[in-house]
Design a protein. Structure first.
Length: 685
């Protein structure tokens, strides 16, 4: 019941054939659209197939949801972090523990590739060094004396020299050189200062021993040691060292862009200061030794410490030099690689490495994890979709050919001049659909695809209205054949012969009768009473029920329908009325009088169809019968022809075409009864 805008209950096992079924599953008006092909696809599949197809569509929808989520999650990953990589490539990058080192090395390679000329002409590191102090040799010079000199003589000379004051020894040594030159000049040995004869001087012999060749050698070694120290540790040596450090620093600054180069942390000011301190300490001691060659000297503790400090600097510079020279091998490799390097390729590698580093930062890694999880979920859903689609395809492999065969069988029964071919499923953007062609006179007309151009064969201009309804009805019956639960279904068929040709109505009646034997219940609705009567006549009397929608005071109502009464023809009704009149006649029954001529006409059209066609009038037939009496073409004998003439003469009194006053013609009950009886008897011939 429909109350308050809603039905009080719904039944799920009802199958309906009506205009809506045709409009949704077969065609709308003159066109077959995508929706029709999709709905027909489900109609062919049946309940089991529809369930599979619904699962497939649900999985397809879920994949679309996955795609939307993937787009959102992909958009959340910073594009700047990905560089030139796609989201999938970016998220699939594996972690790399040495990523920072790899980026640094690639950056250097790229810089080298972009500076090929400078790389090719770049200088290698030169050795660095600081001159050392040979303390053993210096100590040897400072400790050197004349061991062969007489001790007593040396003591007397040294005492004498001590009395001369500072520089006395050098003054005397110079004098001894002048004295030794006298004999060679022919002069007597005399004091170069006072001119006294020294030949008898004992002291002179001591002086000669003291300032002999050994003394000269001693002074020479002291002088050479002092000169070596000044040459090695003074003047340009300091400037050269500082210059070499500066060049090495510039070289490192350049090469450190391209490879690993040791740091040059050299405090030249401290080194020069300690260097000078050590040199001055050594020079001071050698100078003192030079002033007193025979005196043993010892480098002071402060001087020795200064030399030690300086020697430590020497060791560091030596180690630095070794490291820099070792870096020359890496620099050589840079030169070699730069000569054959492709900057674009290295730049691409660097971009990928930077993307890899960004990929595994905590914030981006979380975004990638969400994206990958969604992608994995999509893959799983796609697997389920493929499995479901495979199951559906396997199911359709069996269903679609059977459905095509069933439709064509019904079309044959309905006397259709066409049949279906190529009934098959297809996948479209809107979902699964069904395509098929109509074969007419061996010409295939596809009903799927774009709208036909003018003049092109199409569903619109190939099938008549009756053909299209026949096709829809065949689709419906074929779908019922595929329904395993038909025995529990209620099938409602609304006006199935609308627009059907007359020669198909009997087949429709027969198919509906067969359907009633297979379905749980069949409800047939129609405005065509003869059609319904034909269904009723052969239906199972124990299960059939007839209802009608009748007018009532407030609108309409459903009530019982006496089908037997409506199944009676007009001829039957007139015959029954005339019989009833004879049995229980009412006087002046004008309807009975009017029924005599139609009764005769109906009888004669059946009895003499070749002579009394629908276009022939009863009077014309009577005249023809009179003309042929007693001839080879006789239709009625003389008595029958005369009787027909009498009946016509009487019945014409009650029809407007033969009597203008037919409505007021007087009726004699006895006369009417006689002619009614005669007409009934004539119709028995």
């Amino acid at each position: 019941m429909f109350e308050n805008g809603a039905w009080n209950r719904q039944l799920q096992n009802i199958i309906v054939f009506d205009d809506i079924f045709v409009d949704q599953n077969v065609y709308s008006g003159l066109a077959v659209g995508p929706v029709h092909r999709q709905n027909l696809h489900e109609l062919i599949l049946g309940a089991q197939g529809v369930t599979l197809n619904a699962q497939l569509q649900e999985l397809v929808a879920r994949i679309e949801q996955h795609n939307a989520e993937l787009r959102n999650k992909a958009a959340a990953i910073p594009a700047a972090a990905r560089g030139q990589l796609s989201v999938d490539e970016f998220c699939s990058l594996p972690p790399r523990p040495d990523i920072d080192e790899a980026i640094q090395a690639t950056e250097r390679n790229l810089a080298a590739a972009r500076e090929q000329d400078r790389i090719r002409n770049g200088l290698l590191f030169e050795p660095l060094s600081l001159p050392g102090f040979d303390l053993v040799a210096i100590d040897g010079v400072l400790q050197e004396d004349l061991a062969a000199l007489d001790t007593a003589a040396a003591t007397r000379v040294q005492g004498h020299l001590a009395g001369l004051g500072t520089g006395g020894e050098a003054w005397v040594a110079e004098g001894m050189q002048l004295l030794t030159q006298a004999p060679s000049s022919g002069r007597a040995a005399s004091c170069p200062f006072c001119g006294q004869d020294l030949s008898g001087s004992v002291m002179l012999s001591h002086y000669r021993a003291y300032f002999g060749a050994g003394y000269a050698d001693l002074k020479g070694s002291i002088s050479r040691a002092l000169s070596e120290v000044n040459r090695t540790h003074a003047g340009d040596a300091l400037a050269a060292f500082e210059r070499s450090i500066r060049i090495a620093g510039e070289c490192r600054q350049f090469w450190s862009q391209f490879c690993e180069v040791p740091d040059i942390a050299v405090d030249t000011a401290t080194i020069v200061r300690d260097w000078r301190a050590a040199r001055e300490a050594v020079v001071a001691m050698l100078t003192a030794k030079q002033a007193a060659p025979l005196e043993r000297q010892t480098l002071s503790a402060e001087g020795r410490a200064a030399v030690t400090f300086y020697q430590a600097h020497c060791d560091k510079i030596r180690a630095l030099s070794d490291a820099l020279l070792k870096a020359n091998a890496s620099i050589g490799l840079v030169k070699e690689q730069a000569a054959a390097a492709n900057p674009e390729v290295i730049a691409s590698d660097l971009s990928r490495l930077r993307a890899l580093k960004a990929r595994h930062t905590p914030a981006v890694a979380a975004l990638c994890a969400e994206y990958l999880a969604e992608k994995a979920a999509k893959v799983e859903t796609e697997q389920q979709r493929d499995q479901t689609r495979a199951a559906l395809d396997q199911y359709r492999t069996n269903v679609f050919p059977g459905y095509q065969t069933a439709v064509n069988l019904y079309l044959q029964r309905f006397n259709a001049g066409f049949r279906l071919e190529s009934v098959s499923p297809v996948y479209t953007r809107g979902g699964a659909a069904c395509t098929y062609s109509v074969l007419i006179n061996n010409v295939s007309v596809a009903v799927a695809g774009a709208t036909a151009t003018p003049g092109e064969r199409s569903f619109r201009n190939t099938l008549s209205s009756g053909d299209r309804n026949t096709l829809a009805l065949a689709f419906f019956f074929a779908s019922l054949d595929q329904d395993p639960g038909l025995a529990n279904k209620v099938v409602v068929i609304d006006d199935p012969i609308s627009s059907l040709d007359d020669h198909r109505s009997l087949t429709t009646v027969q198919e509906i009768r067969r359907l009633a034997e297979r379905a749980g219940q069949v409800i047939l609705l129609s405005h065509n009473k003869p059609f319904l009567c034909r269904i009723w006549e052969r239906a199972d009397r124990s299960t059939r029920t007839a209802l009608q929608v009748a007018r009532s005071n407030v609108g309409s109502m459903i009530c019982s329908w006496d089908v037997d009464q409506d199944c009676i023809t007009e001829h039957d009704r007139r015959h029954a009325m005339m019989r009833e009149y004879l049995a229980h006649g009412k006087p002046n029954n004008r309807e009975v009088a009017k029924s005599i001529r139609p009764l005769l006409e109906a009888f004669l059209r059946v009895a003499c169809p070749e002579h009394f066609s629908p276009s022939t009038k009863l009077g014309q037939f009577r005249d023809l019968c009179r003309q042929r009496v007693s001839t080879a073409q006789e239709i009625l004998d003389a008595g029958a022809a005369a009787e027909l003439g009498d009946l016509i003469e009487y019945s014409n009194r009650f029809h407007h075409d033969t009597n203008p006053a037919w409505e007021t013609e007087a009726i004699n009950d006895a006369e009417l009864a006689g002619f009614v009886r005669r007409a009934l008897n004539f119709a028995k011939r």
